[in-house]
Write a protein that binds this ligand. Sequence first.
Ligand code: NAP
Length: 488
Amino acid sequence: MSQITDHIYDAIIVGAGYGGLGQGAQLTKDGVDNYLILEGADELGGVWRDNDYPGAACDTQALIYCYSYFLNLGVSRMYAGRDEMLGYLKAMADEFDLHDKIKLNSRVDRAEWLDEENVWKFTTTGGDAYYGRSFVGGWGQLSKPKIPNFPNMDAFGGIMFHSAQWDHSVDLSGKKVAAIGNAASAVQFVPEVAKVAADLTVFQRSANYILPRNQIVFSEEEQQKFKENPDSYREIRQEIHDTREAGFERTRKGTEAAEEGVEQAIEHLRSQVNDPELVKKLTPTYAFGCKRILRSDEFYPTFNRENVHLETSAIESFTEKGIRTTDGVEHEFDVVIFGTGFYSQEFQGDLAIIGRGGTDLRDRWGNSPEAYLGMAVDGYPNMFILYGPNTNLNHHSVVAMLEAQNKYIRQAVEHLQQHPDQPLDVKAEVLRHFNDEIQQELEQSAFSADCSSWYKNEDGKVINNWSGNVAEYHALTETLNLVDYGVK
Ligand code: NAP
């Protein structure tokens, strides 16, 4: 007999970003109504809400960066801007009546498994408590901005902010600006900052492989056609999917496809940058695919501008007026922008997750998070993490992974609706076997090659990326296999 007098939800989803909203839509679509989405911020949207830096856009084709059951038919360009991406998520919330399911300003700081009740108890920073049979983690891998701890940062008298926390009150026109980092976020905001700043210095620690983006702007007629005949959209989506899946081969060590990728990227660089010295500095020295392969037509040409400089000497420390590099030069700046990425390996999010035996998931994992199918961890029954360990992609859209996860989790939620006394606690050996296999496959992958990347932990183990292609992941997650959870 349950001691809980509060309402028990079939599922509590933490986070109203791409994954969490997708989970809600999937449940609603399939007739599961008794769920709640708890969101810490005052608006839905996750990374598409937070990342509003100039030039912010989806670096993956919008036609595959949407759910198959809710196509982004109104999109105006192939690589959609941030506002359109956020607009898509809001439209999805409208379409599936998710607004009533979302509790904004409800930051969960603790989730605790109650073994006798077979439910999770969630507590918010505001002191509210909620109960759910299933727990779906939707905080993603890239939600917590990371600013490196450079020596003497406190002494700097200018303005500093992270790209995911852009300070729009700062007018960059006429300013001397530093951009630290040159990866996926920086390649988007650097060209925009260069247009207004008096002077821009980009600090590059290592170069990236950048492919042409070849933006396509859809005419009004094309947009209309997509809406009237979604199959025409689906056809293009399928073509992009096929090309992208084939591109997975490029992320495997030593393949011909990887060689072709290098050639394409270097040709792109040489065709866009005039100065041979700059070309040399912008040429990567590690395996193709070791870190995210970027797409931009604007980043390289920015370095042909007179007001833009590429700095490859390492940062030694901050000073009152700017940054000192290891070659002894002091660079003066009014504003420093950090495009330095995220705490991408905090798969347990910002909350304490207390499983069986009172173990905090953070302690259980240490620096080596792993989950069965990237979702389930033994000792944490009925908990499923979206975009969890080893589910990131380099070659395709992560939404393709989220959709598979949403469907898998929906099966779990339905099972638990019918059998609340049969918790789904993945067997430890199932998780171990799964992880051993993917780690073995990842040895052949460029993700495990030698470069600095957010895909690996400090021991060099790839903990962010999936080892295969999308089709393989879909096949593995299509059916919830109760035997994996010790339930017949
Ligand atoms: P990131 O890929 O982690 O890149 C961080 C950058 O900062 C790198 O250039 C890194 O240099 C540099 N950096 C980090 N610490 C440094 C230090 N101590 N000193 C000097 N440089 C330092 O971060 P991000 O560009 O924000 O992208 C993160 C991920 O977000 C992407 O891979 C992508 O998955 C996602 N993203 C997606 C989109 C989209 O359009 N969908 C847009 C932006 C981001 P090293 O390369 O040497 O490590």
